[in-house]
Structures are given as C-alpha cells and as structure tokens.
Design a protein around this ligand. Structure first.
Ligand SMILES: [Zn+2]
Length: 100
C-alpha cells in the first residue's frame, strides 16, 4: 500500500511557502505591497508568511511604514540591515533553509 500523502516528508516536494526564501521575501516585498506581484509568486508569498513569523512581522512593519508615509518606500532597508534581519530569521528558524 502506498501513501501519497501523509507523514513522510520528501525533500523534492517542498511545501507551499517553502520554495520562496526569506531573502526573496525581502527582495519582492515592495511588489507585494504595490500589488504588482505575479499571482503564482503571490500565493507562494502568502503561504510563506503563514509559515514564517519573521517575514510576517517584517510585512507588518512595512505596512506600518507605508501607512505613515502614504506610499511604498523604494529602499527602506540598507543591504546591511537586510543581512542582519535575515540573520535574525535564521536564528529564529534554524530549520528554514535558504538557497543561494
Ligand atoms: Zn521568511
């Protein structure tokens, strides 16, 4: 008997939300907020947010920034700030693998 769905996790079948990395979320978040994101990527993005509180928090902060400014900031984070943020994510979620 074969189980097509169940408890066994296979590396070649990533869960929805795990094919996008935290790095990518940071890179494309302005597209998401401007609602110009590809629908497939957007659904992946949404799935990632439900799995990754770090990115969900980042999105919430971006939304607050936008609310305060009235528009989507072009460059809200310096590359160094992005790197520190991503490092913090990895500390929180050591099981989340990021691909380069
Ligand atoms: Zn994330």
């Amino acid at each position: 008997m074969k189980a097509t769905e169940g408890t066994v996790t296979t590396p070649q079948a990533p869960e929805p939300g795990m094919t996008i990395t935290c790095q990518q979320v940071v890179e494309v978040i302005t597209d998401y907020l401007e609602d110009v994101m590809d629908p497939d990527l957007r659904s992946e993005f949404d799935s990632h947010l439900t799995l990754c509180p770090g990115c969900a928090e980042y999105l919430a902060q971006m939304r607050q920034t936008i609310h305060a400014l009235g528009y989507v900031p072009e460059t809200s984070l310096s590359p160094q700030a992005q790197a520190e943020l991503l490092e913090a994510f990895h500390d929180l979620y050591p099981n989340a693998r990021s691909r380069r």
